[in-house]
Design a protein around this ligand. Sequence first.
Ligand SMILES: Cc1cc2nc3c(=O)[nH]c(=O)nc-3n(C[C@H](O)[C@H](O)[C@H](O)COP(=O)(O)OP(=O)(O)OC[C@H]3O[C@@H](n4cnc5c(N)ncnc54)[C@H](O)[C@@H]3O)c2cc1C
Length: 373
Amino acid sequence: MPDHDVLIVGAGPVGLLLACLLTQNGLRVAVCERRADADTRTRAIGIHRPGLDALDAAGVGAAVRREALRLVGGEVRSRGRTLASLAFAPDRPVMILPQTRTDALLRARLAARAPEALRRGWTVQDVRDDGDVVRVSVGTPDGPHVLTAAVVVAADGVRSRLREDLGLGWRRRGGRATYAMIDVADPEPGDRAVLHCEPAGLVETFPLPGSRRRWVARQGAEVRLDTPQAFREAVETRTGIRLDLTDQGDPTVFVAAQHIAPRVARGRVILLGDAAHEISPIGGQGMNLGWTDAVHLAAELRSALPGRMPDLTRYEQRTRRATRVVQRRSSFYMSMGAPAGIGTVVPRELVIRAMGSRPVRRWSAGIITMRGI
Ligand SMILES: Cc1cc2nc3c(=O)[nH]c(=O)nc-3n(C[C@H](O)[C@H](O)[C@H](O)COP(=O)(O)OP(=O)(O)OC[C@H]3O[C@@H](n4cnc5c(N)ncnc54)[C@H](O)[C@@H]3O)c2cc1C
């Protein structure tokens, strides 16, 4: 009998959520995380309806709602005019919580359910599928270990080494651009997002809990936005808004790209979350998609383990379909904020106006809040 029913590689938000779901049903779960400390990088903030449902299933929805800010809607602007104004339906809220806090709440939930499950500072180096069991070689602070599990879930992020080792492939999908991002104190806290789809490129801004605000700007080929001064000048030139970035650190620059793994499982090793798909952060749906995958995977694992090998056909089909939908939407959002000449800007403004018009507004808000995923 293997040491564990499921061994999860990676304690990001998706691996942690899967662990919470599985331990609730009494499965024996280990989560190996190479970092000894928490990940402090500024990443996801937006939690949509499907993500909230997943968090509820894992028993952390209430804690997330208590800490998060509820975004009630948003505006899309261009060249000084508001083109669309959307409100999110009460049953499809967008909750805003920095990923560091969401991760911490998931870790606390897992620690309460299975105090020994999370092994920090444990790096998975190799997996070997022996047919009836998977052997996992792990580097730990006390030296190398070998663990066994009925199933291994690789939730080891977008640069997944296991995906590469297993030869599962990584196909590029549409949408790629560079952005800079900074979280700052907000003198006028609000509950709406504002997207400026300007000819010189996107500037978007989201309120954060604790009277803070995130600003994101698309970086063009010619100017880098990696200093507070360059970032402030770009925002002011594009929108007329003067940001006070005194005493701020440098903005974080990131490349938004999209990929999909054509296969998400080989034998008893299964990809999950960013390891299975990279979604552009513009639109903010990668973590949420990973959580919905985790809910579906948990159902398959629960129905088969510990006795049988899970059938992963439905999980694979659903993940592929949902990934394609979310990537198409993200690619569209990116195109709406791409730098463009007037010949593109004018029709683009018409599309945005149409999306904000009365007959279509609810449908548009549904797309933004991950309806159908
Ligand atoms: C700027 C930015 C903004 C974003 N905003 C949003 C948003 O608003 N909403 C949204 O839904 N998504 C958003 N995302 C995407 C979101 O951050 C990711 O989708 C999410 O972090 C994926 O979670 P994960 O658990 O799959 O992977 P990760 O969070 O990458 O976690 C993987 C974990 O695996 C560990 N690991 C890797 N290799 C090993 C190994 N060999 N052994 C042990 N451990 C290992 C890593 O240390 C890491 O902790 C954003 C991303 C960025 C960059």
